[in-house]
Design a protein. Structure first.
Length: 380
């Protein structure tokens, strides 16, 4: 547990990613942490964020806030990844000791690399809100796996929400959590082999598009099947295709398949753990349901959740508390910039592999987005 006293500040942008999953509440009620300010170019959004978070002052320009308030901690709350680099780099250059950032970290690997390098150069700790790292179900699944409940792990199957965002958008928005989860269980991915289709045919440069709802960078395909190789003979897959029933949270899950059984968890708050004591599922199979005792462990000494708290509140506070401990113990955070970049690399590798028509080794040597040049050529 941390022992210092800290000044915290918040950066959001109403209308351009807003304040994410309620991340402006991340420092609320933490011992020895004062939320001194928030920044948002939108006056109404800024006022709402200040009221929710208890920030003492508010600013239209985050750089002015950083210069005048000199915070120790900053939450970069905007959901949209194209907003992250400027805020994170400005905070690191202003001497901020630790930063909590929404996911995904960046729209491309070169941007993620610059963010991580800037934080390293200024000694700034960084954590990215891959929420499964705070939740009980993945922790219980790791305990069961380590205890040999399903034998040797041999395969992981990750499935996105398979809703209207199926394919490329699902791959980035939800896939970042699932890629991070696979790394949590199996370590680094060593290669990727993927196929991306649109309308049942291989997607091409002419199919490169963009999200209708948020700036996620270039996207491709409405159906993705990707395979990753991990050490120890472990293979992981990610799938996203538009389900005929519209898809939903029930689709969004990870299965851990071992030589003696299967563990299944949903990528949602409060997910139970399901265990099947057979190597492969079959129609008459009976799954054992294990209900975790709580959504997430609370932060010792923290105030109770306020009325404005949402389902991500305790996870955000755990990330914030871990940031403070990481500062005082001089260690990486539980979900640092390197982890977030590696999850993004798995996503980008899906496109790179599909376009190359081959299995590609990881890490990727080319750091620019593989769809960027295609998008530019089509636009030109």
């Amino acid at each position: 547990m941390y022992t210092g006293s800290y000044r915290a500040a918040l950066i959001g942008h109403t209308g351009r990613g807003d304040f994410g999953h309620g991340m402006d509440m991340a420092f609320w009620g933490l011992p020895r942490v004062e939320v001194v300010a928030c920044a948002d170019p939108d006056a109404a959004g800024r006022a709402r964020a200040a009221a929710r978070s208890g920030a003492r002052r508010s600013y239209a320009d985050p750089r002015v806030m950083l210069a005048e308030e000199r915070p120790d901690l900053v939450a970069v709350c905007t959901r949209w990844p194209d907003e992250h680099e400027a805020s994170i780099v400005a905070a690191a250059e202003a001497g901020v000791r630790a930063i909590l950032c929404e996911k995904p970290l960046a729209p491309s690997l070169d941007v993620a690399d610059r963010i991580v390098a800037a934080c390293a150069a200024h000694g700034t700790k960084l954590t990215v809100a891959h929420y499964n790292r705070t939740r009980v179900a993945p922790r219980e699944a790791r305990r069961l796996l380590a205890g040999g409940r399903i034998g040797r792990l041999r395969m992981m199957r990750a499935v996105g929400k398979c809703d209207a965002r199926s394919g490329g958008e699902d791959l980035l928005v939800l896939g970042t959590h699932l890629m991070d989860l696979m790394r949590l269980f199996a370590g680094e991915a060593r290669w990727c082999n993927a196929r991306v289709t649109r309308g049942g045919r291989d997607a091409t440069a002419a199919d490169v598009g963009y999200s209708d709802t948020e700036p996620l960078g270039p996207l491709l395909g409405d159906d993705v099947v990707a395979t990753f190789g991990f050490d120890g003979g472990v293979t992981g897959t990610f799938e996203s295709a538009r389900a005929e029933d519209g898809g939903n949270r029930d689709y969004y899950h990870l299965e851990l398949c071992g030589t003696g059984g299967i563990i299944s968890i949903r990528g949602t708050p409060g997910s139970p753990v399901w265990v099947l004591p057979r190597t492969f599922a079959y129609p008459e199979a009976t799954w054992e349901r294990i209900d975790p005792p709580a959504l997430v462990a609370g932060v010792p000494g923290a105030a109770p959740a306020p009325p404005a708290a949402n389902e991500f509140f305790e996870s955000d506070r755990l990330f914030a508390a871990d940031l403070l401990s990481a500062v005082e113990e001089d260690r990486p955070t539980m979900s640092d910039g390197r982890d977030a970049t590696a999850a993004l690399e798995m996503i980008v590798a899906v496109y790179a592999s599909h376009l190359a028509g081959a299995r590609l080794p990881l890490p990727l040597s080319e750091r620019t987005h593989p769809l960027a040049a295609l998008a530019a050529a089509v636009a030109g």
